[in-house]
Design a protein around this ligand. Sequence first.
Ligand code: GLN
Ligand code: ZN
Length: 719
Amino acid sequence: MIRTLGFGLPRLGPNLEYKRLLEGFWSGLLSQEKLLAGLQELEGLRATAYREAVDLHPAGELSLYDPMLDLAVALGLYAAPAGDLEAYYALARGNGALPLRKWFGTNYHYLVPRLPERPQYAPRPGWFPYPIGAPQEEGLPTLIGPYTLVRLAQNPPASPMEVQAHLEALGEAYGELLGWAGGRTVLLQEPALGLDGAGDHLSWLLPVYRTLAERTPLVLLTYYLPLEPGVAEALAQLPLKGLGLVYQPGSPLPHPAPGTALVLGVVEGNGVWRTDLAALQEALTPVVEAGQEVWLTSKAPLFHLPWRVAEPLPPGLEGRLAFAVERLKELSLLKGLLLGEGNPEAQAWHTPPLPWDRVPSPIPPSRPSRQVRRQGQKDLGLPPFPTTTIGSFPQTQELRALRRRLRSGQLDPAAYRARIQEAIRENIRLQEELGLDVLVHGEPERSDMVEFFAERLEGFHTTQGGFVLSYGSRVWRPPILFAPPKRRGSLVLEETLYAQSLTPKPVKAILTGPITLAAWSYLPQGVGFRETVLALAEALREEVKEVAAQGIRMVQVDEPALLEKLPLRERERPGYLEVVREAFLRVVGDLPPGVQVHLHLCYSDYAALRPFLEAMDPDVVSLEGARQDPSFLEALADLPVDLGPGAFDVHSPLEARVEEILARLQGYLRHLPPERLWVNPDCGLKTRKPEEAVANLRNMVEATKKLRERMGGKDADRT
Ligand code: GLN
Ligand code: ZN
């Protein structure tokens, strides 16, 4: 038997209904009643979309904010009485909110719960999944499984004994939670079973799953990562209704117990190109003919994709893309093919990849030695503890309105440019008045650090309405790379040169790096991450060369995605480090020693950073530090690179006082020699109000002056 299962259809809905409902409630425009009614209606819309295409789909997917938070509350980890949405949202976005973290290397952020110190849980079956997936709903009730919770918590148990204790306690708690399903088949989502080390935990996990499966019909769904063969085989022996795993044509499938369906992730949940259904038909036919019950599904939940392909596409892209709704359709087309139905649409569905003609150019020679660079950069004339910013200045409503008018044609490009120049003039004037040492143009022309480059590079398609969820109600529009990226003209050159023409102080040329551009876009068809990154690096290389040729002395590469793209699997990490090294060298490797290379990183776990800095060998690294314990610098202290751990938190609307900044800088100096410390904010100032940004920068400069006085200038001499 063959069935189709859809899951993870965007909770945003076809027209951002989810965002509007949540934000309406938070702003007080919508009552709780209206919010819940709106969500019910949205759930109806989603159910219809599922029903039109697939045989099976989950119920209870429409979290009020985040499914991990729902689970934490349902397990009694936090107090949020059923029906008390204020208490629930306080956990998501209040003062003591749970931290956010990237979910399995995707751009979705989940709320990270804390496990109780002692393995005791107080399940509240009535709460879960409140209120949307109530048992009267159609569909398979779904929730995230105990193993994923344990692995992804703030405090994953350290010793094997503790892991065992938590899993056993959770097994009982889940037993109670699953009772709410009233005997219906439950879809238990366990993507963490694909992580390294899952095999070591199986001996405790298997009995837990077995007990649950004996009481409740259970589909154990894994996705994102293919399972290790040993793990898959062991899980397949459980008395499950179905075992879900990422299908890899050519790799052997596990042999499930009789009556257990193999739920195969066959279409992408995280990429946009239509699936080669004929190839899958060929690969899967023997499995089906052998009598194995197969359910067809996606390799990842579909919320990493926009709802559906709904706007006109440029000529080469028509008929090539599949977003969430089209993925559901693919499942049904594939089922038809496997059942031997001749469907012309299924036959014509997929087109071979567009050509990817890229002749790789030779890697530039390695960068000049650190000593030669120091010598070459001496004339930059930097004082001790140089002050600078990360790039963006506040993006006012006015700037956003200008961009909208440019897009809609109400404003002509020349007028837009004049307004951008005006903003740059104002930013330079302000920085000079504040007394900053290294200036920036302020990025008024950039909507978003990835979309902006995607719009200026050939090879990218950007959408108007292709939104996906980032966290809570926050959305973004990933661009689609479809051909080797090419520089059409200035990316950052024009604005940087204009800014530099207004001041004798050095202005940094600021570019989003190749890793981040690739990480926050959809990859080209049939082209891997590595090749994409290197192609992007090549496009930036041209720009960077030009920037230096025109006399700019500092280049900053922004790579906030560097560490989040660190592969989940240990064995893939050395290869990743190599890609990062080569890509960075391609971007900045042609620069003469006199051009200072800055790297910016933020909001990551810096534990893995050191080998990357060694491999990339920048001159200066700015990173967010105001929310971290300064001791993370210890591991970097002996590297020959200058560091600018953030002097203040750019996300706080509270003013950072001079004394507070000074204390923070002194804290950094306990871990770093003075000649290596730079002074800058954590990240860009884009989201701050102008007066907040100015106050904080003024205090930052003031604190630096005090620091210079205290250090007597001598110890901190840079020469
Ligand atoms: N240069 C960018 C800015 O200042 C960097 C943004 C980021 O790191 N996320 O906004
Ligand atoms: Zn940043």
